[in-house]
Design a protein around this ligand. Structure first.
Ligand SMILES: Nc1nc2c(c(=O)[nH]1)N[C@H]1C(S)=C(S)[C@@H](COP(=O)(O)OP(=O)(O)OC[C@H]3O[C@@H](n4cnc5c(=O)[nH]c(N)nc54)[C@H](O)[C@@H]3O)O[C@H]1N2
Ligand SMILES: Nc1nc2c(c(=O)[nH]1)N[C@H]1C(S)=C(S)[C@@H](COP(=O)(O)OP(=O)(O)OC[C@H]3O[C@@H](n4cnc5c(=O)[nH]c(N)nc54)[C@H](O)[C@@H]3O)O[C@H]1N2
Ligand SMILES: [Mo]
Length: 768
């Protein structure tokens, strides 16, 4: 048998699928990728897997009429024929919209789906539900909700998070110092939303290391910069970056080194922020001596770093993680302030940009060009909730959520519909979600796999993986457009989300509005041609669709000149104002002050997080749990693949713990522990580390939640999903972002026999 190479792509990189006998036997990196990642190795394991859903199913209890009030997760599933499943789903949409209105259909469906820009499950679902009269949606994201809500008030846009960012060549050529709150973790470069033709993050970190750029890793974890980067490690207590930044600012101001000219010409509110930093407004000087006991960093060390930042061209970056915590707006606002004080904003290679270490492609030089992308269409209800307020919404129909100056009334949710996301992965306090989930009458899920989400649904529709369909992969952070060709037939009875939504739309009488009379092939051409028109307007000659498809990819030229964020504003703020009320950087925002939120006042301030090592609560739960992005998978995706499985300890998700904390509990690498707090408990496998701040433990997200007794809130997760432990609350009334990183726990040895991990097997099913 010969292997056929089929070009394809994914959020974790472009590759050729090597196909034999209708199966993906192996993969090899895309030939153009000089810095390929490792996650593609898991692809064969997930396409052909015991965890695939072989056909449509319905929850046995739902069939018996157990709707609102039933705790999902414990019932067996009953197989369904496809046409019966489609009738049931369309019937539920129709019933709910007629009896309760479209707002009672929750179709936010947050999640990364897959890389293909056409078969993007969430977008397909939004188009279908939009055509059927609408739904309640979600705004912002779990990645940087607080930051993206705040930044338009402060600098007039989200470019400093979503790009284009000051690029790496500009940093390497011009900065002498790069201060990284949350580090530059190598693992995060494994991933790029929409896929990437090259692991540029690995490339640029290598070039930065070779250039001698001095890098400071401000993080509780040493591994947040790779050893070969030669970074200096400044271990900071989790949740205290704002205090550290205020103290750096204090040291710079009290030594008279702030950039007064820039603060006067390009910023508003400096007087008030300065008074706060110096303690003139509240009697507390935010000095290095003040910050030392909060942050755990010596006052002298803070003062030395401040002196270097003032004396050298400095790039400041903060990982997206540091705003996924209680009052997460503050460290981001203070990052901007610190960059304004050091005066680097708009100058080559300096200033600030968020997330250089958060995802592949930030700071990758790329012309500003459109990518092929399916439009999600209009949602006729126009209703939404901030993304992470899902449990609040389910618990409080008719309740009010304050968000960024608005008051949003929660709908009375009857039907939950999810395709392409996994709330039982991404949401905080999963026991609370499980209880609130019971309020829905019907829960519909499209999934390729028996994830924890699929196991907590009523009607489960099996979706294809990208390897079973044709698509186009592309990202605004990458210079490639990639053909994703169908490599193998649909597995079992799986169908594309597009086909499933099309049939439901048909049953609801709105197929033409959903498909716009195009099939897969016509859509791919249409999306390509639309983007191509933009490339042509930018003066680029590109191949037509057929030539692109035959070649398998398209590569844009790199831009001629390095990109510097805020360059034009810096050069002439009157001619090129920011899109803020003042046209300047708002160190004080009258707009935000006008909202009257005590949890996000007029300028950046230090708040003690509700859960941190300085809290009263730390007496009972003395360890701060960080739950970072996994090196071995994408969120919950690929958890059943070889790369992720090889990293588990005794089959559980690893937890990093420092030597002293392990010794105090009699723990060694390889032990299994119970990690717990008042919200829940999970098992984890111990890895003792020298590179973690005492008092801090860390686990990756993404192990599929596996309750010892499915369907019972409070059950032990035997596999190690940290969201059984995290707190579910908004960052503030401004951003309402998730606060996963503010979480206290205790851990103890697990002495009882080890319960099996069953979540990577198919669940119990009954006969039809
Ligand atoms: N504790 C803690 N929690 C966190 C975070 C954290 O740092 N700490 N980070 C948060 C962040 S930043 C994010 S972005 C979220 C990520 O949360 P999600 O985006 O929800 O996570 P994924 O695992 O990528 O979920 C995608 C789901 O879509 C399914 N899927 C993939 N392809 C297809 C398809 O073609 N069709 C269909 N129908 N389904 C498909 C996958 O099987 C998977 O279940 O997690 C958040 N949660
Ligand atoms: N391999 C892989 N890469 C990914 C993803 C994945 O699932 N797998 N997910 C992608 C997604 S959706 C996103 S949003 C990005 C997220 O990108 P980030 O949010 O930047 O990633 P994290 O790993 O959550 O956090 C980075 C580091 O911040 C540190 N940190 C946590 N809390 C604090 C704190 O209070 N202060 C300081 N100074 N440091 C702290 C942690 O040690 C952590 O390792 O990653 C992307 N990249
Ligand atoms: Mo994210």
């Amino acid at each position: 048998m010969t292997l056929t190479a089929v070009p394809h792509s994914s959020h974790w990189g472009a590759f050729d699928a090597l196909v034999e006998d209708g199966r993906v036997a192996a993969v090899r990196p895309f030939a153009g990728d000089r810095h390929p990642g490792m996650l593609i190795e898991s692809v064969p394991d997930i396409v052909h897997s015991r965890t695939r859903i072989d056909r449509p199913y319905v929850r046995a209890g739902w069939l018996r009429g157990e709707r609102a009030g039933s705790l999902r997760g414990g019932d067996a599933f009953v197989p369904l024929e496809w046409d019966h499943a489609i009738r049931l789903v369309a019937g539920e949409i129709d019933r709910v919209r007629k009896e309760h209105g479209n707002a009672s259909i929750f179709g936010g469906s947050y999640g990364w789906s897959s890389a293909g820009r056409f078969h993007h499950a969430r977008t397909q679902l939004h188009r279908m539900l939009g055509a059927a009269g609408g739904f309640t949606g979600q705004v912002t994201n779990y990645s940087y909700a607080a930051g993206m809500t705040l930044m338009p008030h402060v600098v007039g846009s989200n470019d400093c998070i979503q790009g284009p960012a000051t690029d790496w060549p500009s940093i390497i050529a011009n900065a002498k110092l790069m201060v990284c709150f949350g580090g530059l973790p190598l693992k995060n470069g494994e991933v790029c939303a929409g896929g990437a033709g090259e692991g540029q993050y690995r490339r640029w970190l290598r070039e930065a290391a070779a250039s001698g750029l001095r890098i400071v890793n401000v993080s509780p974890l040493r591994q947040d910069t790779p050893d070969w980067l030669g970074a200096e490690w400044l271990p900071v207590r989790p949740g205290t970056d704002t205090a550290l930044m205020l103290a750096l600012a204090h040291a710079i101001v009290t030594t008279g080194q702030e950039d007064r000219a820039f603060l006067a010409s390009h910023c508003v509110g400096w007087d008030r922020l300065r008074a706060y930093i110096l303690g003139e407004s509240d009697g507390v000087a935010k000095s290095p001596a003040w910050a030392a006991p909060i942050t755990g960093i010596a006052a002298g060390t803070i003062a030395e770093l401040a002196a270097e930042m003032a004396a050298n061209p400095t790039m400041i970056t903060a990982a997206w993680s540091i705003q996924r915590q209680d009052r997460g707006e503050q460290p981001y606002w203070m990052t901007v302030a610190l960059a304004a004080i050091t005066g680097g904003i708009g100058r080559p290679g300096t200033g600030f940009t968020f997330g250089y270490g958060s995802i592949n492609g930030v700071g990758n030089p790329r012309m500003d060009l459109p990518v092929p992308q399916l439009n999600a269409g209009r949602n006729p209800t126009g209703l939404f909730i901030p993304v992470a307020r899902i449990t609040d919404m389910l618990e409080n129909p008719g309740g009010v959520c304050e968000y960024n100056g608005r008051r949003i009334t929660y709908p009375d949710t009857r039907l939950i519909y999810w395709a392409g996301g996994n709330p039982f992965h991404h949401h905080q306090d999963l026991n609370r979600l499980l209880r609130a989930w019971a309020r829905a009458e019907t829960i519909v899920v499209h999934e390729p796999w028996w994830t924890t989400l699929a196991r907590h649904a009523d009607i489960v529709l099996p979706a294809t993986t990208t390897l079973e369909r044709n698509d186009i992969g592309a990202s605004s952070r990458d210079r490639h457009v990639l053909a994703m060709k169908k490599a193998v037939p649909a597995q079992g009875q799986a169908r594309d989300d597009f086909a499933i939504c099309g049939d439901i739309a048909e049953a609801l009488g709105c197929r033409p509005a959903f498909t716009e009379q195009r099939d897969e092939s016509a859509w791919l051409r249409h999306l390509y041609d639309q983007a191509r028109a933009g490339w042509t307007r930018a003066g680029l000659e590109t191949p037509d669709f057929d030539a692109f498809w035959a070649q398998g990819y398209l590569e844009f030229p790199a831009p001629e000149k390095p990109f510097v964020l805020f360059e034009e504003f810096r050069a002439d703020p009157a001619a090129n104002p920011l899109n803020t009320p003042s046209g300047k950087v708002e160190l004080v925002s009258e707009t935000i002050a006008g909202f009257g939120y005590d949890d996000c006042p007029a300028h950046p301030v230090w708040f003690e997080p509700k859960e941190w090592l300085g809290a009263e609560e730390a007496k009972r739960f003395p360890l701060h749990l960080l739950s970072f992005q996994p090196a071995t998978r994408l969120h919950s995706q690929l958890d059943q693949g070889r790369v992720s499985l090889a990293s588990k300890v005794a089959g559980r998700e690893p937890i990093l713990i420092g030597k002293e904390d392990a010794a105090a509990r009699g723990l060694a690498t390889g032990d299994v522990v119970r990690v717990f707090n008042e919200r829940g408990a999970c098992l984890a496998g111990v890895v003792v580390s020298e590179g973690i701040l005492p008092g801090v433990v860390a686990m990756a997200t993404g192990a599929w939640m596996d309750p010892a007794t499915p369907g019972e809130p409070g059950a032990l997760c035997v596999h190690g999903n940290p969201n059984i432990l995290t707190r579910d609350e908004g960052t503030s009334r401004l951003g309402q972002g998730p606060v996963a990183q503010s979480c206290l726990v205790e851990i103890e040895r697990w002495a009882a026999p080890l319960p099996p991990v069953r979540v990577h097997e198919a669940p119990e099913t009954e006969d039809a």
